[in-house]
Design a protein around this ligand. Sequence first.
Ligand code: A3P
Ligand code: MG
Length: 259
Amino acid sequence: MERVFRKLALEAGEKIMEIYGSDDFGVMSKADESPVTAADLAADAIISAGLAQAFPDIPVVTEEQAASHSGAGTEFIIVDPLDGTKEFVKRRGEFTVNIAYVRDGVPLRGVVYAPARKRMFYTLADGTSIEEQGPFGEEPGVCAPIRVSDPDNDALIVVASKSHRDEATDAYISRYEVAEAASAGSSLKFCLVATGEADLYPRLGRTMEWDTAAGDAVLRGAGGRVVDFDRLEPLTYGKPGHANPFFIAHAPGVELREG
Ligand SMILES: Nc1ncnc2c1ncn2[C@@H]1O[C@H](COP(=O)(O)O)[C@@H](OP(=O)(O)O)[C@H]1O
Ligand SMILES: [Mg+2]
């Protein structure tokens, strides 16, 4: 499965970068006022067609096709072809292609590819996660296992959203001893926790399952956790409407504070 996910993420990423490099990528607004571009739609078409061919029996839920958002059942693949569209539009480079496989509410497999950052992360069949080093050819290149940090709770590295930062998030972060507070766009934040570049990523804002499933899978495979903000239980997938609660992604060594 990871070979197909990897290949489709690379193909989608190539198309996205082609559009990223053009003068005008035609920003449109969706019903919820969030931006969508020709790159989102082109990447979605590549991934949807590839998944239908490789896994004809597994339903696919994708951000860009509202008809796919209901009735997926207990096993499905979930796609955000271009997460961090705002970053893409502002040409800030922090956007990702996301494909995840969910069974019984658990994101078991995932790929997160950040084409402008030339970084790619994915899970392997044995349940571990890796980062593959570029350049990304037909065959996987050099791959390194990734692992969450062993955090220093007196000097944490915290990462939060760049485009959806608010006072509640800042107030929550202020409950920790923070050595470094960074912001980043897209699901890359999960991967920064997965590699140990950050210890904690709190999200006190709306996200959908396609925004988080692949990053969540990669983080779990690196020994990390993604828990809902109120109960501190692992985030589950396949919820009605695919909307997530607020959550905290973290290395298990972080001593979580109350909200
Ligand atoms: N009000 C809202 N409703 C639904 N999703 C939202 C939202 N505000 C932000 N998001 C989600 O947060 C994602 C961006 O995350 P971040 O702020 O960490 O970069 C967006 O992904 P897209 O860019 O794919 O639309 C979007 O799905
Ligand atoms: Mg998204």
